[in-house]
Design a protein around this ligand. Structure first.
Ligand code: URA
Length: 189
């Protein structure tokens, strides 16, 4: 893990970064998009608004957040300056940023060797699969991804922040979670 942290620092190139959280011996690896303001402040993924939603959804899986390994596709906060306030505001990560951190995420997977990888939203899904797949088409479906010499189960979920902006997605999300719960139980987790 030390080596990965060092590599993360190098890739972040002087910017503040947020690495990961949770258990290294976990069977479930959760991959989000990128940290926001609160995450950078507290140096922990998913502690802001999206984190609250995530905690609620994790509790529906019947497991504890601390039992998972949680990380992000991009480890720095993608931001731009607001023309109005001059303050930093979040933006989506660029393809270059997603590509830059890909090798690190793959190394994390090889180190953790989870039984299942759960991606949140489009960014980590595309980063892993490296093709133009859309979360709207594959959410709640069990997929597979090869990393190194292993094939991992991959379960794509919408990003919890998308439920904040689109209340209609809430029930879809809950249905996907109940499918994930079945898969997890099937794996004996
Ligand atoms: N959203 C993410 O995708 N990751 C975080 O760490 C926080 C919000």
């Amino acid at each position: 893990m030390e080596k990965l942290l060092e590599r993360c620092m190098e890739l972040s190139d002087g910017e503040e970064f947020v690495f990961s959280d949770g258990r290294m011996d976990s069977s479930i690896m959760l991959i989000g998009e990128a940290p926001g303001e609160n995450e950078v402040k507290l140096k922990r993924p998913f502690v802001g608004k999206a984190g609250k939603n995530l905690d609620e959804f994790i509790s529906m899986l019947g497991i504890e957040r601390d039992d998972m390994y949680i990380t992000n596709a991009v480890k720095i906060r993608p931001h731009k300056l607001s023309l109005k306030t001059g303050k930093r505001i979040n933006r989506s990560p660029s393809k270059a940023e997603v590509d830059k951190f890909r090798e690190l995420v793959l190394e994390e997977i090889k180190l953790i060797t989870p039984k299942i990888i759960v991606t949140l939203g489009n960014t980590p899904l595309k980063q892993l699969l490296q093709r133009d797949v859309r979360i709207g088409d594959v959410h709640g479906m069990l997929m597979y991804v090869e990393v190194g010499d292993k094939t991992y189960m991959l379960f794509p979920l919408y990003h919890p922040a998308s439920i904040i902006y689109n209340r209609d997605l809430r029930q879809v999300y809950i249905d996907d979670l109940s499918r994930l719960r079945e898969v997890i139980h099937g794996l004996g987790i």
